[in-house]
Design a protein around this ligand. Structure first.
Ligand code: FAD
Length: 467
């Protein structure tokens, strides 16, 4: 029977990174993945294809809405959806191929099939060619990820009522797209299709979209998206979906009991994701789960079964690729007796709309809820030279510092390139720095990042380039 030091089940960003780190540290490593391609949700049907389409449609949107302002004359503008989707598929192919190459290069044994832990240290793999193989492994890491959550009253049909997977691959632009759920995935895919001409309506059960950030930031995002043609129904729940003459008719109810109907050609149900375990651990082993169906682990990712660990979307915490990756490194380093660690107070999160919304650490509202007195510094991109030059003045940087000692608690940025800009703040947060540290750091001129310095100065009411 093949025997390994570490075997990882699931080759998403959590699992393949764990396998890479294990191989780097000299462990005899195996990686089991049921899909043909490696990379999991993120590379195949998540982060990467969505960003490829967001990028393509942003270029189109620029050509359509802004190029003329720059003196760029474009004749008759059109797009070819087939080419756009093919490019997205190529991007995915390149990246999953890269993971495959590194798996081979690092000497990791790959099994193509479904892995099931049948006893501590024992896995049965049902290979995709129908055969079964038993393997032994001193340590087993579960990284089986997540799948879209569904609502019982809104059954999916894979054609008109769909998840993000199908919405990444519509073969024609839906005239009317209804997005159920105003989180990152719904807003990003809504943006893709809105830019290509869909009339997008978002229905959100909560009183605001993008609930992970402060209300002022989500309001600013809603305003920008509304200006791009989105319609929002907040505090509203979709009750049912019916089909008539090829059109989906959604019946929704507002918080105060008003009933509305929305007609759509496609409906994207993006109401969150749920952990996916589907038989990866034999029931007889009694794997402990949380009330929300996540695998219960301790601070070192150890489950209640000896030698079994879990990371990524199947455990608690934000369902994000970089969180899964860092857990993949941390768990292997712990197994190796090193000090692997993830700082859950400094995990960035981004919504890749235009403007982007990027946040890390405590928001103003969350800090206040915890009884922490805060100082806030804000700086608008409207007053930033580079933003004006690039015509990207929508949005602002908001820095949240502890009122007692100026220590940086978190930041939220709404604006172009917010995802890249945030990295500076994440580093300062990780080093336990203060707003003053950022304020005294020289930033290149002219860059959008000067707005971060100005927001840090604004914490102490001394921003230089705003009134
Ligand atoms: P997954 O990536 O879900 O991988 C799990 C893997 O395990 C899968 O390949 C699955 O086939 C395999 N598997 C499951 N069970 C078994 C088994 N028994 N045997 C063998 N294999 C098995 N996150 C970001 O950080 N940034 C983004 O921009 C972003 N955009 C997203 C956009 C969309 C549309 C979606 C859907 C998600 C997005 N995410 C994003 C979330 C991100 O994709 C996930 O957080 C991330 O993929 C989780 O990684 P993971 O390794 O835990 O699991």
């Amino acid at each position: 029977m093949p025997t390994f030091d570490i075997t990882v089940i699931g080759a998403g960003p959590g699992g393949y990174v764990a396998a890479f780190r294990a191989a780097q540290l000299g462990f005899k490593t195996a990686l089991i993945e049921k899909n043909k391609t490696l990379g999991g949700t993120c590379l195949n049907i998540g982060c990467i294809p969505s960003k490829a389409l967001l990028h393509s449609t942003e270029q189109y949107h620029f050509a359509q809405k802004s190029a003329a302002k720059h003196g760029i004359v474009i004749g008759k503008l059109s797009f070819d959806l087939e080419t756009m989707l093919a490019r997205k598929d190529e991007v995915v192919k390149q990246l999953v191929g890269g993971v495959d190459f590194l798996v081979k290069k690092r000497g990791i044994t790959r099994y193509e099939g479904v892995g099931k832990v049948v006893a501590p240290g024992k896995i049965s793999v049902t290979l995709n060619d129908g055969k079964t193989e038993e393997i032994e492994s001193k340590h087993i890491i579960l990284a089986t990820g997540s799948v879209p959550a569904e609502l019982p009253n809104l059954p999916l049909d894979g054609e008109q009522v769909v998840t993000s997977t199908e919405a990444l691959d519509f073969k024609e632009v839906p005239k009317r797209l209804l997005v159920i759920g105003g989180g990152a995935i719904g807003l990003e895919l809504g943006s893709v299709w809105a830019r290509l001409g869909s009339t997008v309506t978002v229905v959100e059960f909560l009183p605001r979209i993008a609930v992970g950030v402060d209300p002022d930031v989500s309001t600013a995002l809603q305003r920008s998206l509304t200006a791009q043609g989105f319609t929002f129904h907040l505090d509203t729940g979709v009750q049912s979906l019916a089909k008539k003459n090829g059109v989906v008719i959604a019946t929704a109810k507002t918080k105060d009991g008003k009933e509305i109907t929305i007609e759509a050609d496609k409906v994207l149900v993006s109401v969150g994701r749920k952990p996916y375990l589907a038989g990866a651990v034999d029931e007889s082993l009694g794997l402990k789960l949380t009330q929300r169906g996540q695998v219960e682990v301790d601070a070192h990712y150890v489950t209640n079964i000896p030698g079994l660990y879990a990371i990524g979307d199947i455990i608690s915490g934000p369902m994000l690729a970089h969180k899964a990756e860092d857990e993949g490194v941390a768990v292997v380093e712990r197994i190796a007796g090193k000090a692997g660690h993830v700082n859950y107070d400094a995990i960035p999160a981004v919504i890749y709309t235009e403007p982007e919304v990027a946040s890390v650490g405590l928001g103003e509202a969350a800090a206040k809820e915890q009884g922490i007195a805060v100082k806030i510094g804000k700086f608008n991109f409207k007053a930033n030279g580079r933003a004006i030059a690039a015509d990207h003045t929508d949005g602002y940087v908001k820095i949240i510092a502890d009122a007692k000692n100026d220590r940086l608690l978190g930041a939220q940025i709404i604006g172009s390139n917010a995802s890249e800009l945030l990295a500076e703040i994440v580093s300062v947060l990780e080093f336990g720095g203060s707003a003053e540290d950022i304020a005294r750091t020289t930033h290149s001129h002219p860059t959008l990042s000067e707005s971060i310095k100005e927001a840090a100065l604004a914490v102490d009411k001394r921003a230089l380039h705003s009134a």
